[in-house]
Each structure stands twice: as C-alpha cells, then as structure tokens.
Design a protein around this ligand. Sequence first.
Ligand code: AGP
Length: 595
Amino acid sequence: MCGITGYIGYKNADKVLFDCLKRLEYRGYDSCGIALVQSDGIKVIKDTCRVKELEAKHKKVNSKIGIGHTRWATCGEPTAANAHPHSSCGDKVAVVHNGTLDQFIPLKEDLISKGHVFKSETDTEIIPHLIEENMKTMSADDAVKKALGTIQGAFAVAAIVQNENKLYVGKVGCPLVIGVGDSECYVASDSSALSKYTNRFIYLKDHDTAVLTPDSIKLFRNGKETEPEIELLDKNLNDAELHGYPHFMLKEIHEEPRVITTTIDDIDDLTTLLAMVDKDLGGIRMIKTLACGSSYYASLMMRYLAPQILGIPTFAELGSEYCSLTKGQKGTLAIAISQSGETADTIKAAKAAKANGYKLMAITNVKNSQLARAADYVWTTKAGPEVSVAATKTVLSQIAALYSLILAHPSLSKLNKEDAMDTFRKLPDQINKIFENVDSIISVASYLADFKDAIYIARGLNYPIALEGALKLKEISYIHGEGYAAGELKHGPFALLGKEVPVIAIVSHDENYDSLVTNLREVKTRQAPLIAISEENDLTISNLADYVITVPHTKPILSPILNLVVVQLLAYYTAVKKGNPVDFPRNLAKTVTVE
Ligand code: AGP
C-alpha cells in the first residue's frame, strides 16, 4: 500500500506534489518520487528517502502537470530503481501505482519480446510500457484506457504522457479520489491529503478511468463517459499538525478523553441507527464481527459484551482469514470494523458476508471510505484523522462505539443504561488522571526498553487489551510482545518465562481476579519480572509485582478502556526510550490496501 497523487493546473506541480506526498506518508515511506511534464519531456526524480529529503534535493522546475508516489514495497525491494514513478523507454510515459498486479509476468515477457527494456523488478513498470506500446496504434487517451483495462489485480494509477496536457487516472480495488479546483485538478489515494486545496471531491468506483485537464474531468464508468458526482467534504477535517507534541501518537493518545465525550454525545444517534437495524433484521439474533490488526482486537470486545449483556451469540472473525461458509440467516448482522475503511482484507470479508446474505454494518473513522460505501449501515467513529501508524484514539473510539452499541440496544433496561452512562461519563477525567501520573509509566518503559521479548496477560474483557498492548509494543518498540489469555500460559508459553522475559499483567477486579492472582504467583515462581497494571491500593498485587502501574477505579466492565490507554502509553514511552521513529515505524503503513 502506497500513497499516490497527481496535479494538473496553474500552480508549480512539484510544490503541490511534495506537499500532498507528505500527507500520504502514513501509507508507506520506504522510498518516494515525482514525475513532471516539461516542454522537453518527462522528468522523473525518485530515491529511497523520505519526501522532505527528496524535496530538499530537488531543484524546482517549471511544470504544471505531475504525479507523485510514496512507497510501501510489495513487489521489488525498496531501492531507487524500484521506487515510483516508473516510466517507459525514453520516459515518454510515467506512472505511479498503489496496489498489486496479478498475472503480470506474461505481459512483461510479451513487452520484452517487442523490445521494451525494463529497469525495475516491480509489477508496476509494465503499465507505462503497455501504454507506450498501445500508443503505436492509438491515441494516448485510448492507450491509457486500454492498458488499465488489460492489467489485473488491485490498483489505483495516475499517469502522464509526454506532450499531453492531461492527467490520466483509473482504479480497481484501491482508493482514489479526484479533488476539483478552479482551473486545476488534484488526485490522491485519500481526500485528507487534498483537503488543504479543495473540499470538492469525486470518489472513483472500481473500473472507473478519467482524463483530467485544468478545466475538464472526463469520467468513464464501464467504458461510457459519465457525469462526475462531486461530494463536499468538511475542510477542517484534516488536522495533521503536531500542536507542540513530539509525536502524532502522543498527540492522538491525548485526544482520547475528547473521543469518549464525542461517543457519549452521539449515543442517541447510535440508538436510532440500531433501532433501524434491529427493525430491518426483525431483531438481531447473531453478530459476526470482521476486522484486522488493532481493529480486530477492538472487535473481540463484542464477543464478550454482546452475549453477556444482550444474550446475542457473537463471533469475531479475522478479515484475512474470513471465508463466508455459513449463509446469513434472518437476524444475522455482520459488523466490519476498520478505522481507515480501506483495509483490503476487511473489505473483502465484508463483501463476502454481504454476498452471503448478511446485513452489513460498518464501524469506521472515514465516512467516505470504500467500506462505508459497501455497507448497509454506517457508524462513523469521529475520532478525527489519525496520522501515527500505530492506531490509538481510533481503537479507543471503536471500543467505545461497541460499548455504546450495547447501551443503545432496545433490550437494555433504562436503569442499567443510566447507571452505565454515569460510569462512562467519568472516563474522560480518569484518562486525564492517567496522563497526570504518567511518570510511573515512563519509568517502567525505560526498564522494559532493555528487553527483547515481553508477554502480556489478562483474563476476560481485558484479554483483547493484552493482545492490543502486545501489538503496540511490537509495532513501535520492535520488542517481541505476545498477548495471552492468562489461563493459557501454563499450556505452553510458560516455557518462555525467566528473568529475560518480563510479564505485563492487566489486573481487573472482576470475577476473574482470584484466578489471575494465581497466575501471577505462577509467573513469579519462574523468576519472570512482573509488571502489573492494576487499580490503586491493591496490596495483593503490589506485594506480588516488581512494578505496578495504577489506574483509577472504575466498574470492571469499563476497565478495558483505561487499561488500553496505559498499554498505549507504555509502548509509546518504550519506543521513545529506544529512539525509534514512533510515528513511522519500519516496514509498516497505516492503511493496508493490498491482501
Ligand atoms: C494498528 O496500529 C495497525 N496500524 C494495524 O494493525 C491496523 O489496526 C490494521 O491494519 C487495521 O487497520 P484498519 O482499522 O484501518 O482496518
């Protein structure tokens, strides 16, 4: 998954492209490049560096048309030769691509047999050569359309052709949006990259292609020219500034009290939506959640909450492993959860569930995402744009939305609802209290930073938080964290325990407390350093653990929300201690648009 962009108009294209690429770097940042149409041909500049470094090396040129790319390598290692844009022989055509092409080798061999010389190991490079080959017998417009009709797989593509005052785009499976300006047009993988320039957008559908000039947009849908549908987007949706924080991750964690408050404020709207879903389904009788990564761990909360509180059987499915075996029966609801709404595995699973007769609800942070467009019902989490690759406030907003779904369910008594809402309303202040006592987390983090491995354990509702804590530690500190249900340790992982593997235990004062304390004693018998995340004034725990990070007291059923904030901060300060690039960790990208 990469970020692509393009510009055609009256501004200096290089300046616009570099600016948009910086806002797309969350999608991949192992190399980048731009290509510009100039009077003497197409100029390609690319390298294995961050966008701002390439911009610093670049000598400004006068061009009003260009394309740009920031890469997360899928086919061909992150080298300068494999970086995008890719061009045809003599740079007559240049292309940027997000996605992965299937069956491209036969096409490549055919082009080589026709004398085309390839400079990279990528799948993408066949596209400019295909266009150039087609141009031997047709116009550039037709050559591009034919090439985009020939390639297979997932792609969002932008292309420029020498001596053509045009920008060409097309997509299947990967997101692509056109930003409409006055006498100028923009394209990007994500509207947030363009919201500085315009709030008028055209979201391309699968198999759409378009030809852009400064003053016109020709959109082709299923081969026929179609009137573009322009959507207005709220301009101030894109707050990609650090506001004095050292990293976006810390800024976004500090937005979490507001995220909870927003979720509480929206509960009436969610109640209305859920009432409609419940009516349409004739009562929700079974729930299947579909998600990947941190969103999957958030979805696991529903597997505990819905059966326990609403008596609705609930199954949590991994998006990448989901194959829709069971037909959707009356009353079955699939809930697909994805902050970006663009995760290919989750979208594929959601479409499979829908094709199999499930009603599909999407819980996403991006209103205009592909997942939202595929769903029957959409709940937008309103956490605001998240820049840091490691998801934090969006995970919290998803979990808060799932709690709200429970609270919004018509079967829940008014009394229980009000009681739960009271406890919910206390959470923002309690999260701020955790921020005030962050020193204990910072000192445990500097201790944890020296280890290579760590194990997170918990029971019940906090088990998903142990999994998420381990993922966060892996993602940004590069320490191999593993999350386990505490009861599972003795069935194997115990073999890993010893002085070199600290155990981080999430303790909750619920029906699992005694069993968990037994597990902690078992851990101590193997001399493993024990770090406990527990409520204040718990002597049993402070006598057992080597380190205790305290959280304010709340109802056990809501403790996962406070413990989530702690494991996020623990991972953050451990990564900072290790001097890692917290917001842009190695080998990762924020949005995974390929399978
Ligand atoms: C989380 O920190 C990771 N960035 C990753 O696991 C992420 O949660 C996963 O890729 C799912 O993304 P989504 O919520 O946008 O679908």
